[in-house]
Design a binder for this molecule. Structure first.
Ligand SMILES: NC(=O)c1ccc[n+]([C@@H]2O[C@H](COP(=O)([O-])OP(=O)(O)OC[C@H]3O[C@@H](n4cnc5c(N)ncnc54)[C@H](OP(=O)(O)O)[C@@H]3O)[C@@H](O)[C@H]2O)c1
Length: 257
C-alpha cells in the first residue's frame, strides 16, 4: 500500500528540552510545520532554529500548559501560524520522588496538573482542528504508566492516567477519523531527572543502573523516542489507535528477582 505523504502541522509541548525537542527537530526533517511550546523564549528560539535547519517551518509559543487559557491560546497560535493542525504531541512533563506515606497534596496536585490535566485540556481544545484534518494525538507516557515502581507514586499514577486518557479518547474520536496513541519510554537521557533535583552523581549512578534494569543494556536516547512519535503522528500509522507503545529496551517485560 502506498501512502501519500501530506504536509504535517504539529503542536509539540515540552519542545524546549529532551524528548519534545528531539521530536520537534525530527518533525522538521519531515518538512513539517512545528509550533514549539515551552515556558521560556530562548530555548524555544533555539529549537525553532533546529527545526528550520532540518527543513521544516517553526514558530515558538511561550506558555505554561497548566494556565487556564493555555490550551485555546496554543491551538489558536498553531492555526494562526500554519492554517491547519494535523497532530498534537503532549511531551511536556515533570517527575518527582514520593511514596504513599510522604506525597503531600501540593506535589500530588502539581504532578497531576502538568502530566495529566494539561494534556487532557489541550487534547480537548485541539479536537475541532484535528477532526477537520483527520489528524492524530501522540501522548508521551512512560513505562511507569504500564508498570508500578516504588518511590514515584504520583508520577506513576499520572502516567497511568495518560494511558487511559489515550485509550478513552481514541474510542471517542475514532468515528471522526482522529487517532490517539501514547509512547511509553523507559529511562531516556534528558533533563527530566536533573530537574527533579537529582544530583549529577546520583544521575550518573541511575544511568549506570539502567544498564541492568533495561534488558537491552542501556538507557534510551530522545531521538529514538522522537522516531516513534513522528511515525505515530503520520498517516503511515493510519490504522493504529488507542495504543500505549513500549519503547524501553524491554524494561516493561522484566520482574524483580
Ligand atoms: N526522560 C525519561 O527518562 C522519560 C521516561 C519516560 C517518560 N518520559 C516523559 O517524557 C516527557 C518529556 O520529558 P523529558 O524526559 O524530555 O524531560 P525534560 O528534558 O525535562 O523536558 C520536559 C519538558 O516539559 C516542559 N514543561 C514542564 N512543565 C511545563 C509546564 N508547566 N508548562 C509547559 N511546559 C512544561 C519543559 O519546558 P520548560 O522549558 O518550560 O521547562 C520541558 O520542555 C515527559 O512527559 C516525561 O514524563 C521521560
Amino acid at each position: 500500500m502506498c501512502y501519500k505523504r501530506r504536509m504535517q502541522s504539529v503542536i509539540v509541548t515540552g519542545a524546549s528540552s529532551g524528548i519534545g525537542r528531539a521530536a520537534a527537530a525530527r518533525f522538521g526533517r519531515e518538512g513539517a510545520a512545528v509550533l514549539a511550546v515551552g515556558r521560556e523564549r530562548a530555548p524555544l528560539d533555539d529549537v525553532c532554529a533546529a527545526v528550520e535547519g532540518e527543513g521544516g517551518r517553526a514558530a515558538a509559543c511561550v506558555a505554561d500548559i497548566t494556565a487556564a487559557d493555555a490550551p485555546d491560546a496554543i491551538v489558536r497560535a498553531a492555526l494562526d501560524a500554519f492554517g491547519t493542525l494535523t497532530a498534537l504531541v503532549n511531551a511536556a512533563g515533570i517527575i518527582a520522588s514520593g511514596t504513599i506515606e510522604n506525597t503531600g497534596d501540593a506535589p500530588w496536585d502539581e504532578m497531576l496538573d502538568i502530566n495529566l490535566r494539561a494534556p487532557f485540556r489541550l487534547m480537548r481544545a485541539a479536537v475541532p482542528a484535528l477532526v477537520a484534518s483527520r489528524g492524530a494525538v501522540v501522548n508521551v507516557s512512560s513505562v511507569t504508566g504500564l508498570r508500578a515502581f516504588p518511590g514515584v507514586l504520583a508520577y506513576c499514577v499520572s502516567k497511568a492516567g495518560v494511558d487511559q486518557l489515550t485509550r478513552c479518547a481514541a474510542l471517542d474520536l475514532a468515528p471522526k477519523g482522529v487517532r490517539v496513541n501514547a509512547v511509553n519510554p523507559g529511562v531516556v537521557v534528558t533533563n527530566l531527572h536533573r530537574r527533579s533535583g537529582m544530583s549529577e552523581e546520583s544521575y550518573a549512578a541511575f544511568l549506570e543502573r539502567s544498564k541492568e534494569t533495561h534488558p537491552l543494556g542501556r538507557a534510551g536516547h530522545a531521538e529514538e523516542i522522537a522516531e516513534l512519535i513522528v511515525f505515530l503522528a503520520s498517516d503511515r500509522a493510519g490504522w493504529i489507535t488507542g495504543e500505549t507503545i513500549s519503547i524501553d529496551g524491554g524494561r516493561h517485560l522484566t520482574c524483580a528477582r
